[in-house]
Design a protein around this ligand. Structure first.
Ligand code: GLU
Length: 464
């Protein structure tokens, strides 16, 4: 059997980490089994769905490294849903209903007050022709419900294990609205059959849908046993509270804008909820070895934004210059250089933060000098260029001997004067990047440096 899975977002909002996790697990499952991954846009909700969200979903999946082998959108498939309507109706599995939302709400409340489960009472089914006629005469079009069968509905979920529902406890779902538009519950089954889906991997908010959809698949002539299901527990935040679907701060777009690398996010999403260690990866394929749906537990996994930040930093820390050169240039940091990158990559948590060190090493920096006498003395001992990784050690040894300063007293004022910061990358790597002219300006001030001779290079950005 060739595995075929689908990721089926509704274009009613931006993808967020919860949806991305479902997409990624589907992708990994398909790729681990040499199968196909389909993107299906569930765009039947024309009131809330937009083309802009549909485009954003595609862009965000690509950003995460997810491509698809096939694409479908429900708005292109209305004929198929019409056809399903005819077949279900002919089989006696669709019935017309006329209740308004208010009437349904009233019934629901009454059931709750009696301690009964809130199920549709099938009043539509037992309506007389005269009653129907009255509705029609008053201009009401019917909407359509699927008549569920009473029996057991059971499947072995690839994450939850054996799942069991009783048909008679479920409410007949509405499949078609009064204006004829089909609803998700139906479309999803028609698509899964037509597109040859073998495994439905989705959030556990769909468990009850699965019970209904198994009966629907059978009513449409498919073998419900042809589908395997895996329902993933929904993500919670660090406090255990559910992540709302439209939580903007955890949209892929927002995370990307905050400088999160896609492979840090993927590394986290592929592993939370499993006992396996979370790690940033270089490519999605690196997550394939050992991937197994059975590793996912039933407990609610917690999404920790700080953990994502740490993975991001760890990923940057091992990135080669070639992997970031174009992006640094796009961020306005041309001629960043491999040496500077190697010097700073362990000290940043997002790529954009490299800009701070770029400005320190390539730009003009106004630094308030402390301990000016000491700095002036140190400036006199600055070696001539060319500078390399040994220059810092050689220079500070001379300064130590001349001033009898040691340790922190020696290094701290120099670092502070040269970078404007208490902490940062190794000075031995930064100093050659800063260069003699800038170093001198920062140690004694531009005017004294120029007056003292030996500095004629105007400071600006170093160009290649
Ligand atoms: N459009 C549905 C959702 O976003 C798809 C659920 C499914 O995978 O069947 O929840």
């Amino acid at each position: 059997m060739t595995v075929r899975v689908r990721f089926a977002p509704s274009p009613t909002g931006l993808l967020h980490v919860g949806n991305a996790r479902v997409a990624l697990v589907n992708w990994l499952f398909a790729h681990a089994r040499g199968g196909a991954f389909l993107l299906r846009l569930d765009d039947t909700d024309t009131e809330r769905g937009t083309d802009a969200f549909a485009q954003a979903i595609e862009d965000d999946l690509h950003w995460l490294g997810i491509g698809w082998d096939a694409f479908a959108r429900q708005s292109d498939r209305t004929d198929r849903y019409r056809d399903a309507f005819e077949r279900l109706r002919a089989a006696g599995r669709l019935y017309a209903c006329y209740e308004t939302p208010e009437e349904l709400e009233f019934k629901r409340r009454r059931q709750m007050a009696r301690g009964e489960p809130p199920r549709y009472d099938r009043a539509g089914l037992s309506m007389t022709e005269a009653e129907r006629e009255r509705y029609r005469a008053a201009g009401h079009e019917p909407y359509w419900r699927f008549l569920l069968e009473d029996g057991d509905i059971a499947w072995t979920d690839l994450i939850r294990g054996p799942v069991h529902f009783e048909g008679r406890h479920l409410s007949d779902p509405v499949l078609f609205r009064a204006d004829g538009r089909p609803l998700y519950t139906l479309c999803s089954v028609v698509d899964d059959i037509d597109l040859g889906i073998t495994h439905v991997i989705r959030g556990e908010d769909h468990v009850a849908n699965t019970a209904v959809q198994l009966q629907l698949a059978a009513a449409l002539g498919a073998d419900p046993g042809a589908f395997a299901f895996a329902h993933m527990p929904l993500l919670a935040d660090v406090s255990g509270a559910p992540l709302s679907k439209r939580l903007g701060s955890l949209s892929l777009r927002q995370l990307r804008d905050e400088g999160i690398e896609p492979m840090a996010l993927a590394g986290l999403l592929a592993r939370i909820g499993t006992p396996d260690p979370v790690e940033a990866v270089d490519r999605l394929e690196d997550l394939l070895p050992g991937f197994d749906l059975a590793r996912f537990g039933r407990a609610t996994p917690r999404f920790d934004r700080d953990e994502l930040g740490r993975l991001n930093a760890a990923l940057l820390q091992r990135m080669p210059y070639e992997a970031v050169e174009d992006r640094l240039t796009a961020l306005g940091m041309d001629d960043f250089g491999a040496r500077l990158w190697l010097a700073v990559r362990a000290n940043i948590s997002t790529l954009a933060e490299a800009g701070d060190w770029y400005r320190i090493c390539r730009g003009d920096l106004e630094i308030e000098r402390q301990e000016e006498g000491f700095l002036a003395e140190a400036a006199k001992l600055l070696p001539d260029e060319p500078w390399d990784g040994e220059t810092w050690a050689a220079w500070t040894a001379r300064v130590r001997d001349a001033t009898e300063r040691r340790g922190r007293n020696l290094f701290r004022p120099l670092r502070l004067a040269l970078t404007g910061r208490e902490h940062g990358p190794e000075m031995s790597a930064l100093l050659p990047e800063i260069g003699r002219t800038r170093a001198l300006y920062r140690l004694v001030g531009r005017e004294s440096a120029v007056a003292g001779g030996g500095v004629v290079v105007p400071l600006g950005r170093k160009k290649s």
